[in-house]
Design a protein around this ligand. Structure first.
Ligand code: HEM
Length: 409
């Protein structure tokens, strides 16, 4: 145990948040601090049981425009304010959330998920070919390209329009100058979405977008704005997350040669291995926000109405009270479930796709390049300073000889 609290959201924190999480779990499991974006009074919950309890407690809301503190609302932290993006499913509470989630779930059937395997395998092989031709190969570029291409294919959107949408989403989350540019980007997302939906309606197919358009629950359907929001949400929730998982997992295998040696047994271990990658590093920097709907006592701590609470999923996933030797990567780990894909009403809708992409993309790069290694010293590998997502900036790799070359191909 360290005596003083390591700082949160500092450059050092972003490279290794787990030190701060360990301190919090031990010394201040429901901890008040100032969230750096907007300098907002916030609480962070770090123990597994408490994090799970936050996510299951109906006294907490996801909907900041109604339930967030005034500080939070004024900080510019509200996603896509005044556009359809501000009503994506992740930020809604029941009953709005219940209706939208039920409609969307109909598009994520086991039959449809099974159909995504072939395009995912095809995309992965194409990206490996591309990586092989690169002068300075970067495993993060590989990890980024896969979810972007897979999502475009399974949504069934023409590539040029999809790329414009990606570009607008990039600008919405990384505004170069001011809040207005993010606002404009959110408006563009809504405009692209509307155009895409009109075009898609005239050529419905067996893809995800068509399935959303046709989604029905009795007389209920998505309205136009809800369709746009679903489209934007798929792209926002499904790209950087999966990219981060794939990138960090490749690095984790470099860091754990004993676990890398298990890869030839992939078909036997893939189910536990993917869960372990989600637990060990996952895709998020810390976790998700909730807001106290009323003045409350949460497990002995008084929270005022509006209190923003960070449910620290990544800390919960390293809680030694829940996981044996939690800082060790163990691809054969069985036992308690992790929280990397959330918990409760809002648990990840794209979990099956995330698992499928990881299951195919992570072993494939080691299979194609058996001598794959880091091309830079380990301490030059850094994580981006992003409070929401934990993603490597880049992962330069030395490919060695590819399996096809070795085989004389
Ligand atoms: C490694 C990849 C992924 C991780 C770690 C991840 C993680 C999460 C987490 C933690 C939540 C809960 C949010 C909350 O409680 O506030 C969530 C929700 C969600 N995720 Fe994922 N996700 C991943 C990939 C995907 C993909 C590929 C898609 C799209 C196909 C997707 C779509 C969604 C949606 C729509 C929700 C909102 C569900 C709701 O509010 O009911 N995610 N995800």
């Amino acid at each position: 145990m360290t005596s003083s609290m390591p700082s949160l959201f500092t450059p050092e924190y972003y490279q290794n948040q787990y030190k701060a999480f360990a301190w919090l779990r031990e010394n201040s499991p429901i901890h008040e601090f100032r969230f750096p974006v907007g300098d907002i009074r916030t609480w962070i919950v770090s123990r597994f049981d408490d994090v799970q309890a936050v996510l299951a407690d109906p006294r907490f809301s996801n909907f900041a425009p109604t339930h967030g503190s005034s500080e939070f609302k004024e900080s510019g932290m509200i996603l896509g304010a005044d556009t359809v993006v501000s009503r994506i499913m992740t930020v809604l509470d029941p009953p709005d959330h219940t209706r939208i989630r039920k409609l969307a779930m109909g598009s994520f059937t086991p039959r449809r998920t099974a159909q995504w395997r072939e395009p995912t395998e095809r995309v992965v092989q194409a990206e490996l070919d591309r990586l092989e031709k690169q002068e300075s190969p970067d495993a993060v570029a590989y990890a980024s390209a896969i979810p972007a291409a897979v999502m475009g294919e399974i949504l069934g959107i023409p590539l040029s329009q999809y790329n414009e949408m990606l570009d607008a989403i990039e600008r919405a989350f990384h505004p170069d100058d001011n809040k207005d540019s993010a606002q404009r980007a959110f408006e563009e997302i809504a405009d692209y979405g509307r155009t895409l939906i009109i075009e898609k309606r005239s050529m419905l197919g067996d893809d995800l977008m068509s399935s959303f358009i046709e989604a029905r629950d009795g007389d209920e359907r998505f309205n136009e704005d809800e369709l746009v929001a679903m489209l934007a949400l798929m792209i926002m929730a499904g790209l950087d997350t999966t990219r981060n998982l794939i990138g960090s997992s490749i690095l984790a295998l470099f860091d754990h040669p004993d676990q890398r040696r298990l890869l030839p047994k992939w078909p036997e271990i893939q189910a536990t291995a993917v869960e372990e990658f989600l637990r060990y590093e996952g895709a998020l920097c810390v976790g998700v926000f909730r807001f106290a709907k009323e003045d409350m006592d949460f497990r002995g701590t008084k929270l005022p109405a509006g209190a923003p609470v960070v449910a620290a999923l990544q800390s919960a996933n390293r809680d030694p009270d829940r996981f044996t030797d939690p800082d060790r990567l163990d691809l054969t780990r069985s036992g308690p479930r992790h929280l990397g894909l959330g918990h409760g009403l809002h648990n990840c809708l794209g979990a099956a796709l995330a698992r499928l992409e990881a299951q195919i993309a992570i072993p494939a790069i080691f299979e194609r390049f058996p001598d794959l290694s880091l091309a830079v010293p380990r301490d030059e590998v850094t994580y981006a300073e992003n409070w929401l997502l934990r993603g490597l900036v880049s992962l330069p790799v030395d490919l060695g000889a590819s399996r096809s070359h070795r085989a004389g191909g």
